[in-house]
Design a protein around this ligand. Structure first.
Ligand SMILES: Cc1ncc(COP(=O)(O)O)c(C=O)c1O
Length: 393
């Protein structure tokens, strides 16, 4: 757990925060990058039974390298504090458990990350008796109409990570907060650079660090950001559940964040070129990318997003078999499920899914998702061009 220091507040632009928040040169012997405090234990004076004057006693509780990563994230999201976790799912689980108790009701947007959906609709439903109402999330009224007297939480992922559906964060927070209903958002798609949900009144923001924050496909991690009071409470839960990040992971996360603005700009520039190519291709039925004029929720995009990234989806005009073949023929896009690293990836999200499966997750049948990496855009377009021919062969 770490909170912003007075010194952190001198950095006010996203680029400066990414580069410098947490650079405590005097504490780190002048080192420009903070050291990896690869230690489980911190000794404390015998007269002190707590955490000692430096605030550390055991890495499951807290660690100086992890604290630097947390301060960067708190500053980037406009929160008072942040908590890093061993994975994005751990950060999401902690945020959900913060608000729900046995038999609570939760309203959830259908198009959220599949594992979060299983956590809410299956695991926590069976374990805690949660009652979950899944909504399409097409309009604020549709979401709020499902709120009941026992609703403890509205869970959002906006934009979501397969069809990029957005919700009106301010309208939902304005409704939920006075009624004591918690709001949590998975903000991974937008990153803290392009959308700050806390500023609209959302209670807790979660990110998987495994995507753009890390940026190099070499770490799995998560982070939750919010008010001092909430972060203090969740810190106790993180300690009990043993879900803290590892210091080396945190160090890689800090390094990733330093170049986040640069990388995102390049991902988005490449992705727009690829998206326009796909939109003009005769074998493509539909391209879903928030930066395109054809994106259905342009109003919400303009209201909430200040930038884009490398993730986009499309529906090819093909059979499940021809789509699989097309994917297998890519040479530069590798077949893989994640996103947010330097590399280009392609994956089928619902190829051949039964209509019911697809409707359950609000994802169109035959949806293919690509992550446009930092390679040369021309190479990537050429690669897709040659692979798309296999939809007809
Ligand atoms: C949008 C989104 N949220 C959360 C997660 C979970 O993150 P992690 O894999 O770090 O647990 C993922 C992982 O793919 C994701 O895409």
């Amino acid at each position: 757990m770490a909170f912003l220091t007075e010194h952190d507040k001198i950095y006010t632009t996203k680029e400066d925060i990414c580069a410098h928040v947490g650079d405590d040169y005097a504490d780190f012997m002048g080192a420009v990058t903070p050291p990896i405090f690869q230690t489980s234990l911190f000794v404390i004076p015998t007269e002190d039974n707590g955490v000692g004057e430096l605030g550390y006693n055991y890495t499951r509780v807290n660690n100086p390298t992890i604290a630097v990563a947390e301060r960067k994230m708190a500053a980037l999201e406009g929160g008072e504090g942040a908590l890093c976790f061993g994975s994005g799912m751990a950060s999401i689980t902690a945020a959900i458990l913060h608000f729900v108790k046995k038999d609570s009701h939760v309203v959830m947007v259908r198009s959220i990350y599949g594992v979060t959906r299983v956590l809410l609709c299956d695991y926590l439903t069976k374990k805690l008796g949660l009652r979950v109402t899944a909504v399409n999330g097409d309009s604020t009224d549709e979401i709020l109409a499902q709120v009941r007297p026992d609703t403890a939480l509205i869970f959002l992922e906006s934009p979501s990570s397969a069809v990029f559906k957005l919700q009106d964060l301010k309208a939902i927070a304005d409704f939920a907060r006075p009624r004591g209903i918690g709001t949590v958002i998975d903000n991974t798609y937008a990153t803290p650079l392009y959308q700050n949900p806390l500023t609209y009144g959302i209670d807790l923001v979660c990110h998987t660090v495994s995507k753009y924050l890390g940026g190099h496909s070499d770490i799995v991690g998560g982070v939750t950001i919010g008010s001092r009071q909430r972060i203090e409470q969740i810190s106790g839960e993180r300690f009990l559940l043993g879900a803290n990040m590892d210091p080396h992971q945190a160090w890689l996360m800090i390094r990733g964040i330093r170049t986040l603005p640069l990388r995102l700009r390049q991902h988005a520039e490449n992705a727009l070129k690829v998206a326009r190519f796909l939109e003009g291709h005769p074998y493509i039925q539909r391209v879903i990318y928030p930066a395109l004029e054809s994106f259905p929720q342009r109003e919400l995009v303009n209201k909430y997003l200040s930038g884009y990234n490398g993730l986009l989806s499309f529906v090819p005009d093909g059979t499940p078999d021809s789509i699989r073949k097309m994917i297998s023929k890519c040479r530069h896009f590798q077949h893989g499920v994640s996103w947010g690293g330097f590399e280009s990836l392609i994956v089928s999200i619902s190829v051949g899914a039964g209509k019911e499966d697809a409707a359950a997750s609000d994802v169109p049948v035959n949806l293919v998702r690509i992550h446009v990496g930092l390679e040369n855009a021309g190479t990537l377009i050429e690669d897709l061009g040659q692979a798309l021919k296999y939809l007809r062969q």
